[in-house]
Design a protein around this ligand. Sequence first.
Ligand code: GN1
Ligand code: MG
Length: 359
Amino acid sequence: MDIYTICKSLNLNGELKSYDVITAGNINTTYHVTTKKGKTNYEYLLQKINKNVFKDPVNVMKNIVNVSDYIDAKSATTDLKFLKFNVTDNGEPYLIDESGNFWRAREYLDCITFNSTNDLQIIEETGAAFGEFQALLDGFDASTLYESIPNFHNTKKRIDNLEKAIAYSISSRKNNCFEEIGYILANKVIANKLCDMLEDGELPLRVTHNDTKCNNVIFNKKTLKALAVIDLDTIMSGLTAYDFGDGARSICSTTEEDEVDLTKVAFDLDKFKYYTKGYLSHLKDKLTENEIKTLGLGVYIMTLELASRFLEDYLNGDIYFKTTSIDHNLVRTRCQIALCKDIWRKMDEINEIILEYSK
Ligand code: GN1
Ligand code: MG
C-alpha cells in the first residue's frame, strides 16, 4: 500500500502533500507527513511498527489506548499531553496493509527533542516528565497490560541471551569483542540483583514506560517545557529502577550512545543531580524504601543491560537495532561499557544524590 492510501485510510485530514523520514528511534520506521485541506496544512507523525520487535502490534496498541484513556481522565492535573492515534473507519487506531504491516498516525507537534544536552533545566524537566508519567499511572492495574516484549528488562535473561549468541555465533565478529564479552559476563552477579529482588518479593511491580531514553520526552520549542512523554510501545509492568536508570543512563552521559572516542564518555554527576531532582519530585512519597535504595543500582544495571543487548545484536548480525555502519552495535556496546565503568566509580556519589532528593 502506498503512503497516500495509508494516510487516507488512517483518516488524515485532506490530501498528502509531502513526507520525510525521521531517523531518530532505533526500532520503528517514522515519517513526518504534511497534508493539505483547502488552504490549511496539517502535520502528522506516521509510523510503521517493527513487527520483528513487536510480535503482536494489536495488543501494543491496546496497551497504549488503555493507558492514554486512564491518564486522560487526569488531564486536569497535568500539563503533559497524551497524544491519541488517528482511527480508521473501523474505529481501530492502526491500519494493517496488504503485506501485514501495521501503520499508525497521530498529530505531529512542533517540538524539539534531545539525544543529549548540557542544559540542566532541560535535564530536570526530562526527569520530572518521566517521574510524573509514572506517578500519573499510579493506581493503574499493571496486570491488565499485555507484555509487549516478554522479559524486556529481565537483565538475567538478557545476559543469558548474550551467552547464547556467544556460543552459537559463527560470525568472525566474536574475535572483535573478547574484552567487551569479558566485562559484561564478569558483572553478571550485579546485573542480576534487581531480578533477584523482584523474585524475592522485595520490590513492587508498577506500570513503567521501559524506554525512558531522553529523546522520548518532547519539548515545546519556545518555552523548553516538556510537552509529552512519547513512545509508549513498551509500557508494561516493571520496576521504578528501570525507568529511573534508563533515563539517567541516557541523559546524564556526556556523549550520545554511539560515541567512538571513549575518552569523552562519562557519567556527569551535575546532570544526574538535576535529573534526580526532577524525577523524585513526583515520586519520592510514593516509592518504598527498597525502591529508593535500588535506584542507583538501576542506573548501572540498565546501562550494562543495554551494552549486553547491543553486543548480542552485533554477534547476531544486526537483526534488532537499526544500524548505520557495520560496527555500529559494537561502537554502541563500547560506549555503554565505558559509561558503566564511570557509573560504577561514582556509585557512592550517585547514591548520596538520590538520598538527598528522596527526603
Ligand atoms: C530502542 O526505539 P528507541 O530508539 O526509543 C530500544 C530501547 C533502547 C534504545 C537504545 C523496543 O529505543 O530499549 O534502550 O533503542 N527499544 C526497544 O537507543 O527495544
Ligand atoms: Mg522505542
